[in-house]
Design a protein around this ligand. Structure first.
Ligand SMILES: *Cc1c(COP(=O)(O)O)cnc(C)c1O
Length: 356
């Protein structure tokens, strides 16, 4: 049976990428070693990391003034590392609270600094960037471009002001073009759109480096990692290779504008199926519905569970909503195909006919 995964993380990988990685595990490109065995100090791994960085820069049209870091610890580690690295002599930073993940980011930062909430959402809509009460002397302003648990996404990017803009893009990184120049720092765990768990990408402007507070662990000091090409200690070498293969795949597929078009098409089909009548309902306001994590409910919470269980039997897997939110969630990251969405839409109409 064909299995379609709508997992929120780790996500699907394209079959071409998986096939290439299978061969890489056998032997990396004539090196006589498996890709898993490559020394991180050797020329083979240096080539892999350089290739990944090159393709990432090409996809984003990334200016030279930004560094690309390949770190460990996940997006959640960055929640604490941001104030440790960026606060410098200042005493506070601005945070936009828009859902589950931004609340987690705020809770972690609050242990290290005065994290001020400058705008809040209500779980249905997102606070418009023009309404954010950004303070002129904050170390940075942090927001979450896509709230993965709540199914909400900012569809436009904030304008630049004097303080650096920092974004957690874990769920929608490389799913659409990004105006990088508006940002001081962008971070994302790779396990959603860019490959395997274990790798966190940090893109940081050079002007923000060198402010780390004393005591910041060397592997988590952005400036030290930038200086040593992310090799202060052993980087997640295989996850970097997975990202390298995913980045090449994204370029072959037409880059970020093409990815955005595919993601709009996939999510559009699913929202159309939800909106067809009153059986399925999506709480997110249409303006802020995520193209990446489509969250919806059935008329009764007991049906949510039944839906996920019956779907699983049909090979449509990992559709349970986030534990705090309930309902159903279909994550449509870059490697989820339109076929998978078509299969889900057809299951939805079948389920409604039987249970509606
Ligand atoms: C998944 C997710 C995280 C958590 O990522 P980890 O790498 O598991 O720490 C953080 N932020 C957002 C927006 C996410 O979607």
């Amino acid at each position: 049976m064909k299995v379609f995964s709508f997992s929120s993380a780790s996500s699907k990988l394209p079959s071409d990428v998986l096939e290439a990685l299978g061969a890489d595990i056998g032997e990396w490109s004539g090196a006589g070693l498996s890709a898993l065995e490559l020394p991180f100090t050797g020329k083979e791994f240096a080539g892999i990391a350089a290739f990944a960085e090159h393709d990432l820069r090409a996809l984003l049209d990334l200016p030279e003034s930004y560094h690309v870091l390949f770190l460990q610890g996940g997006a959640s580690a960055q929640f604490s590392l941001l104030p440790m690295n960026l606060l410098g002599d200042l005493d506070h930073c601005d945070y936009v609270q828009s859902g589950h993940w931004s609340r987690r980011a705020i809770a972690a930062a609050s242990l290290c600094c005065d994290a001020r909430i400058i705008a809040s959402g209500d779980g249905i809509t997102l606070p418009d960037p023009s309404s954010w009460d950004r303070s002129p002397n904050a170390a940075y302003c942090h927001y979450t471009t896509n709230e993965t648990a709540d199914g909400l996404q900012f569809h436009s990017y904030p304008e630049t002001v004097a303080t650096p803009l920092v974004a957690d893009m874990t769920a929608d990184f490389l799913t659409r073009p990004i105006p990088v120049e508006r940002f001081g720092l962008i971070y994302a765990g790779a396990q959603k759109n860019l490959g395997a768990a274990g790798l966190t990408i940090v893109i940081v402007h050079q002007d923000l480096l060198g402010r780390a507070r004393s005591g910041t662990p060397a592997p988590f000091d952005y400036a030290r990692q930038a200086q040593s090409k992310s090799r202060v200690n052993t980087p997640p070498t295989f996850a970097v290779l997975v990202a390298r293969r995913m980045l090449a795949w994204l370029r072959e597929q037409g880059g970020l504008a093409a990815a955005a078009a595919r993601n709009r098409k996939k999510s559009g089909k699913l929202y159309a199926a939800i909106d067809r009548d009153d059986f399925y309902s999506c709480r997110a306001s249409p303006r802020h519905r995520s193209s990446i994590n489509v969250c919806f409910h059935l008329p009764d919470p007991s049906l949510d569970l039944l839906f996920a269980e019956e779907a699983h039997v049909k090979g449509l897997c990992h559709l349970r909503g986030h534990p705090e939110v309930g309902g159903v969630r279909a994550s449509l990251y870059n490697a989820v195909t339109e076929d998978a969405v078509d299969a889900l839409v057809s299951f939805m109409s079948d389920f409604k006919r039987r249970r509606g």
